[in-house]
Design a protein around this ligand. Sequence first.
Ligand code: NAD
Length: 246
Amino acid sequence: AFDLQGKVCIVTGGAQGIGYAISQDLVQHGATVYIVDLNHEVGEKAASALGAHFKTLNVTDSDQVNAVFQQIIQEAGQVDVLVNNAGIVRNTPAESTSDNEWNLIMKVNLDGVFACCRAISHHMLSRGSGSIINIASMSGIISNHPQPQAAYNTSKAAVIMLTKSLAGEWAARGVRVNAIAPGYVATPLTKKGMETEEWRKVWLDTIPMGRLAEPEEIGPSVVYLASKASSYVTGSVLTVDGGYTI
Ligand code: NAD
């Protein structure tokens, strides 16, 4: 039920971090994977290491999203799965957040997800099948108050509502839309945070499982939502957070 043989998947922001680990898992389950990322140097290397394809894409440019997705559809013949993983985070107190920073976070984390969903929707709806997986965050469910991330939290909460809205619109037409809400994942950024004793304590004390997730612990949930195993699942938010939001 988890087999992805013959399936074509697009992973945004797959050059590194969680997106890379997701791409690896999809490839291991037999899928043809297209990594699309702003960072073409790292992205090219990542794709060739995984046996995936790569295309440069800035998800904030909706014309570029339409063009690149069209190119992939032509090249691969079909797209079965879209994983919206590209995202950015900033730690800035709300009262000091500039318009530019607020807009950038919304542009990448929310507008980018919508642009990608819309760009693939015509193809998926006309085929009557497809699975879209949006990488939200536990920060879209609870306000992770030790960290000043109002813009980020808001963008991720909006992604969750976007997920449910699209799921509702497209459910009867064969396209499923779900979200994953990871907790703290051990990436270079979070590892750096763990170096200070103060944050180590704040983080580990607040995670019931007492540890961060490894990036490899997110991929299997994506495989589940991408595959037949989740054929009756749409509009759901799967938390993968070591119990943080309990
Ligand atoms: P990361 O910074 O390691 O990787 C993000 C990737 O997205 C990079 O390759 C980057 O080049 C790409 N990207 C950024 N802006 C882009 C754009 N405009 N267009 C195309 N590509 C772009 O981040 P990560 O920690 O792997 O996070 C991946 C996703 O998971 C994000 O959406 C993030 O919000 C979410 N998330 C992360 C954590 C965590 O603890 N790391 C927790 C919850 C959710």
